[in-house]
Design a protein around this ligand. Structure first.
Ligand SMILES: [Zn+2]
Length: 403
């Protein structure tokens, strides 16, 4: 169903400010019109109606960094698994996302990227797959985190070139201080990819070099990088003070203390922060034993760890991340919402179609209740979650049905 849809009665968060009451008219996959107050007569002609009284309308969440969920992992290279992840994410307000690979052999990464490419685009009942997020293998083994250090390697031209040629990578994570990776920063940036510093031990000076080489993004700020030192601020210090870098944040209250989240928002402004889940296979499933990559991991108390206690991704979803960010910062939603959608869309060069409620943009939106729980998700004009809130093409009482 990609017909007409009319959202009424919502508090609407737009790039131009917050509307206490507004409406959004969707035609096909795009937002056709929107305004404050009640929709003008005729705006809903022939449209299905979402009565959003008491709800908040935001752009659908954009999650750039998702390894897995509901039992599926991107490294399974299984298109069905990717589709089930897309549907799970839609239930948490996500309308666009990037499946993320992990450090592995070249052929394993290639298979995973090919699976992503085979399902890229809208997913029936789920969140649109915008391409892939390549996390590893060109990292620094000293900051491996849960990436397999034995498989971390410098970027060889043959292998990395083949991965780039698949044409599906949108974000490429690497350790920019590794000399052999320098050519790849330039090559990936020249193809329009977003190059992100992650799993990195870069010093502040190396971070400056990385920026001049084309790095514009930082993978899970604070995590898998050297801590902020007042004499050697490192990549983290550079990310905090330099506007060229957008910072991912895994806001699960485990990866980063709420006070550090608040510091990040104070330093970067909400426009510089990109909420990501870094979610893994166990997300959306009960606590217990799972695998992350090939390593055994245990999910408990909202975190997933390897046997030695190392965090192995998260079991976070972006709706909860936004709630945590608001609790940590005390900032209004009107200020914070871009961290869950717009900043990510802009980070991958998709800001002209995604990440904001504006006429002409894709009709990606999420309706939240006042506790910021997801009620309805619409991806590219299709209700992909909460369809029971929809009134199908009603003929208003006392008026002739539209022709
Ligand atoms: Zn990750």
């Amino acid at each position: 169903m990609t017909g007409r849809l009319l959202v009424t009665g919502a508090r609407v968060l737009t790039p131009g400010g917050e509307w206490p009451l507004g409406w959004i008219a969707v035609e096909g996959r795009r937002i056709a019109a929107m305004g404050q107050g009640q929709p003008p007569p005729g705006a809903g002609a022939g449209a299905d109606v979402l009565a959003a009284d008491g709800l908040i309308a935001l752009p659908g969440f954009v999650d750039l960094h998702v390894h897995g969920a509901v039992g599926a992992d991107v490294m399974d290279a299984d298109p069905e698994g990717l589709a089930s992840m897309a549907r799970f994410l839609a239930g948490h307000g996500v309308t666009a996302w990037l499946p993320a690979t992990m450090t592995a052999t070249g052929p394993d990464i290639e298979r995973a990227l090919e699976a992503v490419r085979s399902v890229a685009g809208p997913v029936d009942g789920g969140a649109t797959i915008m391409g892939a997020y390549l996390e590893g293998p060109y990292l620094n083994p000293a900051k491996a985190g849960a990436q397999d250090p034995a498989l971390i390697r410098p970027a060889g031209r043959a292998e990395a070139g083949r991965l780039l040629d698949l044409g599906v990578i949108r974000v490429l994570v690497l350790a920019p201080e590794v000399e052999e990776n320098h050519w790849l920063i330039a090559a990936a940036a020249a193809r329009g990819l977003t190059v992100s510093a992650g799993h990195t031990d870069a010093t502040y000076d190396q971070a400056l070099q990385a920026i001049s080489g084309g790095v514009r993004h930082v993978t899970h700020a604070f995590n898998a990088m050297r801590p902020l030192g007042h004499r050697e601020p490192g990549m983290l210090g550079a990310a905090l003070v330099l506007p060229e870098l957008r910072c991912e944040l895994v806001a699960d209250n485990v990866h980063v203390h709420p006070a550090a989240m608040r510091l990040l928002v104070q330093a970067k402004g909400s426009a510089g922060v990109v909420l990501v889940s870094d979610a893994v296979r166990a997300t959306g499933l009960p606590e217990g034993a799972y695998t992350v990559g090939d390593q055994p991991a245990f999910s408990m108390d909202g975190a997933i760890r390897l046997a030695d206690g190392t965090l192995a991704g998260s079991v976070l979803t972006l709706d909860r991340a936004l709630r945590n960010l608001q609790a940590a910062t005390g900032r209004p939603l009107a200020e914070l919402w871009p961290a869950a959608s717009r900043n990510a869309a802009q980070a991958i060069g998709a800001g002209d179609t995604k990440g904001a409620l504006e006429p002409g943009k894709d009709a990606d939106l999420v309706l939240l209740d006042p506790a910021l729980k997801v009620v309805v998700t619409v991806a590219e004009g299709v209700v992909v979650h909460g369809g029971d809130h929809l009134s199908r093409n009603p003929a208003p009482a006392g008026r002739a049905p539209p022709d």
